[in-house]
Design a protein around this ligand. Sequence first.
Ligand SMILES: *Cc1c(COP(=O)(O)O)cnc(C)c1O
Length: 367
Amino acid sequence: MTTYNFAAGPAVMPKPVIDQIQAELPSFQGSGMSIMEISHRSALFDQVISDAEADLRELMGIPANYRVLFFQGGGTLQFTAAPLNLATKHHHIGLLDSGHWASRAADEARRVGTKVDILGTAADNHFTALPTLDQPVDQALDYVHLTTNNTIEGTAYTMLPQTGHVPLVADMSSNFLGQQYQVTDFGMIFAGAQKNLGPAGLTIVIVRDDLIGQAQNLPSMLDYQLFADKRSMFNTPPVFAIYAAGLVLKWLKAQGGLAAMEQRNRDKAALLYDFLDQSKLFTSHVKPADRSLMNMPFVTGKPALDAQVIAGATDRGLLNLKGHRLVGGMRASLYNAMPKAGVQALVDYLADFEATHAKEELTDVSN
Ligand SMILES: *Cc1c(COP(=O)(O)O)cnc(C)c1O
């Protein structure tokens, strides 16, 4: 049976990449050693990490005055590292409260003594739309934190809020490389790999070089300047995860790069949203203009029926459609590596389910 994995993360990776990893796992480039066994100081790995950085720079158009860092600790560690490295003048940041991950970022920043102003919240509409700025941004903030794609709530920014001279710091964990942004619109971008780039264990940080190097006595493992100086090899980096992410970057280039990928993602997303919007059973509560291209929560309105939908989907090889516990219902994540055929299979299944359910309801009423 063909299976499609709709998980939010760790998530689907491109099939050709999995095949390549399998083929070269016992002996990397004829070395007689697995990529998991080679030294991070070897010439072999040096090529891997250099290629990964060069390919990422090419794909995203990252200018020379931005540093690319390879971290561990997930997106979550950057909630701590970003304020420690960048909120050095006023220890004061702004944040747009777009949902769960934004509020986690606020919590972690406060834990390290950073004052966090909520500049706008979407709490009033249960995060089914994006927050907007309540007033012009205070120019004395060190930066404004923004979650470009809200993995749980299913919203995403296309137009960025105007923050004047205050840099934007973007948590791009769930739409990194899935939707195009201009790197120069941000002071810093970070993303955990396991949503749209590769296996868990790697986090990418892209940061403008004039913003770093001002913090004193940071723990080494949180120090952007140190990581930049040591080419992310101050200690042992996650060798396997960087290798696998590097293969995904090469795959992305072969697919035509980010413009082509975003177009494919728009087509895939439209297929599902168009179905949901005409359906009498399934609903997306997210405001159309703010909808994510990556994560689509939807519901029937009845938890017991949602459970039937998910069980039936699993039987058909449509995996991991259970919604996040905070919002319930279903969630389909349509990352770069999800083929259009997977989305079509999902829509076909949902249409079948709806038709069968409508017949059952009719029979119930006539009895
Ligand atoms: C998953 C996710 C995180 C947390 O990532 P970890 O790598 O598990 O720490 C942070 N932000 C967003 C937007 C996410 O989707």
